[in-house]
Structures are given as structure tokens and as C-alpha cells.
Design a protein around this ligand. Structure first.
Ligand code: NAD
Ligand code: ZN
Length: 344
């Protein structure tokens, strides 16, 4: 089969011919129809510091995809041949304290598909049956292929009650910011104000339903608040940029008692005004992946009841054109990019 692989510890990805994997005990073989490119894949492509310390070559990348079950290993009972499925990309150990208290998303021994073992940028992928999700057929393939990042956005947004609340999203135009905005609106937030440095992405965040999106290089959050008629500060902050400057501006703009979800990966050197966290009585919550599997349940039901995230998909390519797709990802004028494996 064809697979998009990291072959060398240097910038780039390579299309290789590799054997179709065979499902082991409790595993399932999936024929991929569509996969989506994540920021993580771009880190691996660029071979940045995180990729260098995390990725072992050679390895097939990709953890956002949809496909059809074409092989079933021994002991698999709940997944059936021919089912259209997607996959939770974090494999939890099932035995650590967190797994056993129902918090598998923060398992002590998480293994990432497409990060620590072969992933879904290939014609076929083998995964543990436990990670496979059957998604209602009324939700189109393309949308199912981005339910992993939608899950990050959903987990981030729904970590605190949102009804009637004013929400600040820093990094609003990234795929996760965009989808988080749609979720906030869908569940009844009041103002959803975004901050985003890239013009193309500011436009995308507006399309996803943001009340107002500012360019943090030109406008400050205080004037954005005045424009939408807010006086006190934000009730909820969703930090999805990974930028220390953005995080600091968020801390300054929160209302006393505000709550912040932190999904963007901030550098170790990040500095904020800690006294504001304390005297405002803020709550900070780190967000990792998706809750297994309640986030998936919530996403599926929201999508079936009218949540529309389709504008976030901005580009589509045949998988053989993956280089073009990564060039666009690198340049940043995009939302989600879908690779088509031609197996619908
Ligand atoms: P992305 O990099 O595409 O989006 C981040 C956005 O923030 C970009 O559009 C960028 O232009 C914008 N930005 C950068 N600096 C800014 C600033 N100072 N003010 C406002 N906006 C700014 O990434 P994504 O795929 O949307 O993911 C969002 C973040 O979440 C990334 O940091 C990613 O590494 C991280 N992530 C975390 C998890 C997790 O489980 N915790 C999972 C996936 C992604
Ligand atoms: Zn565990």
C-alpha cells in the first residue's frame, strides 16, 4: 500500500510503498477514505524541536481520518466489517489510576497513533478496536475525518458552562479556534470575541460565527469589549494559539472568577501576571485531547442537531498531492486540509 511517511530525521515527508498491516488480537484494519492534516503533522513535517524529541523514524504519520472496516482481529466483537468508522488517536493503557477512574484522556501511558506508532496517512491503518468509533451515517465523511480536532475544540469549549457567557478565543482563526467558536455559539454563549494575527484566518473565524475578531497587533481587547458592549471582562477564555503574548492578554481581560481552558501548547518560558490569576480568582484548566468517549458523544449529537463546522474545511487534495497540501499548511492561509484516498 501507499503511505505518507517520515523516513529521515529532517524536514519533509515521503510517499512509500509498505506492506498492508495485519490486525492483531483486539485490532481492526481500516481502509482510509479521507484524512485531514493537523498542526502536529506540520510539526513532524518541519522536524521542529518537539518532533525531534518525539518521533522515531521511519513512521507513517496522520491521526485524523475516516474509513471502512475491512479486517477484524481475534477477540473483536463490537466492530463489524463494512462499517464506516473513525478513530480516537490516543491509546490509553486501561490500567493506570487515571484509566481506572474513568479519565483515560490523561492516562499515564498514552500512545499516539501517527505520533508513536503508524498512523492514517496511508491506504490502510491497524488500530485497537477499543479506539474505533462508529459515527452516524448522516454525518458526511469529510466532517467525520476532522472529528479528532473538533473533539479538541469541543473539550476546550465545553469544559465550563457557556450559556449567556462572554468568551474570548485567542488563536481564533486556527482550525481548533474556528471549531471552538462554532461550538460556543451552538451552545448559547453571548459574545464570542476572537483574536487572530493572520488576516485569512480572521475571516475564517468570522465565518464560523465569532461576534468580533481582532488583529492583536493593531487592536486591543479592551476596545473590542467596548465595541460589543461588554463592561466587566470575559467569563470564559479559550487559549488555542500557544502564544505567550495572547495568553497574557487573556489573563488581563478576564472578569473576576473567570475560567480559562488552555489547549494551545505554550512554551516553558511563558510569563503572565500571576497576581491577576490569584486576585481575580481565575481557574485555569489544561486540556489534552478528547475525553474518552464523552467528547465524541457530544460532538456526534451536536453535529446531528445542527452544529455546522463545514466552513473550516478550505482545501481538498488527492493524497498524491500531499506536498502541495503541506506547502499551504506551512504558509498558513488555510483552515482544515483534507486528503482524499479515493475509497468512498
Ligand atoms: P494553529 O497553529 O493552526 O492555530 C493557532 C492560531 O493562533 C494560528 O491561526 C495563529 O495565527 C494564531 N496566533 C498565533 N499567535 C497569536 C497571537 N499572539 N494572538 C492571536 N492569535 C495568534 O493550531 P491549531 O491546530 O488550531 O491548534 C491550536 C493549538 O493547540 C496549537 O498550539 C496546537 O499545538 C495545540 N494543540 C493542543 C492539543 C492538546 O491536546 N492540548 C491538541 C491539538 C493541538
Ligand atoms: Zn492509563
Amino acid at each position: 500500500m501507499k503511505a505518507i511517511r517520515k523516513m529521515e530525521p529532517t524536514k519533509g515527508l515521503w510517499m512509500e510503498e509498505v506492506p498492508v498491516p495485519q490486525p492483531g488480537v483486539n485490532e481492526v484494519l481500516i481502509k482510509i477514505s479521507k484524512s485531514a492534516i493537523c498542526g502536529t503533522d506540520l510539526h513532524i513535517y518541519k522536524w521542529d524541536a518537539w518532533a525531534q524529541k518525539t518521533i522515531k523514524t521511519p513512521m507513517t504519520i496522520g491521526h485524523e481520518y475516516v474509513g471502512t472496516v475491512v479486517g477484524i482481529g481475534d477477540e473483536v466483537t463490537k466492530i463489524h466489517l463494512g462499517e464506516r468508522v473513525t478513530v480516537e488517536g490516543h491509546i490509553a493503557c486501561g490500567f493506570c489510576r487515571n484509566c481506572r477512574r474513568g479519565r483515560r484522556h490523561i492516562c499515564d501511558h498514552t500512545v499516539g497513533i501517527g505520533v508513536n506508532r503508524d498512523g492514517g496517512f496511508a491506504e490502510y491503518v491497524c488500530v485497537p478496536a477499543e479506539n474505533v468509533l462508529y459515527i452516524d451515517e448522516r454525518i458526511p465523511d469529510e466532517i467525520v475525518s476532522i472529528m479528532d480536532p473538533l473533539g479538541n475544540a469541543t473539550h476546550t469549549a465545553l469544559s465550563f458552562p457557556l450559556i449567556g457567557e462572554d468568551v474570548l478565543v485567542t488563536g481564533a482563526g486556527g482550525p481548533i479556534g474556528c471549531m471552538a467558536i462554532a461550538v460556543c455559539r451552538f451552545v448559547g454563549a453571548r459574545n464570542v470575541v476572537g483574536s487572530e494575527t493572520v488576516p485569512y484566518r480572521r475571516e475564517l473565524a468570522r465565518k464560523m460565527g465569532a461576534t468580533l475578531v481582532i488583529d492583536p497587533m493593531k487592536d486591543d481587547i479592551a476596545s473590542a469589549m467596548r465595541q460589543v458592549g461588554m463592561v466587566a471582562g470575559f467569563d470564559i477564555g479559550l487559549e488555542v494559539s500557544g502564544s505567550p503574548v495572547a495568553f497574557d492578554s487573556m489573563i488581563k481581560s478576564m472578569y473576576n472568577g473567570g475560567k480559562i481552558s488552555l489547549l494551545g501548547i505554550l512554551p516553558d518560558t511563558t510569563q503572565i501576571e500571576w497576581d491577576k490569576v490569584i486576585f481575580k480568582g481565575l481557574t485555569l484548566k489544561g486540556i489534552y485531547g478528547r475525553e474518552m468517549y464523552e467528547t465524541w458523544y457530544k460532538m456526534e449529537k451536536m453535529l446531528l442537531s445542527g452544529l455546522d463546522i463545514s466552513p473550516v474545511i478550505t482545501h481538498r487534495f488527492h493524497y498524491t498531492e500531499f506536498q502541495k497540501a503541506f506547502d499551504i499548511m506551512e504558509e498558513g492561509n488555510c483552515g482544515k486540509i483534507i486528503l482524499d484516498w479515493g475509497n468512498e
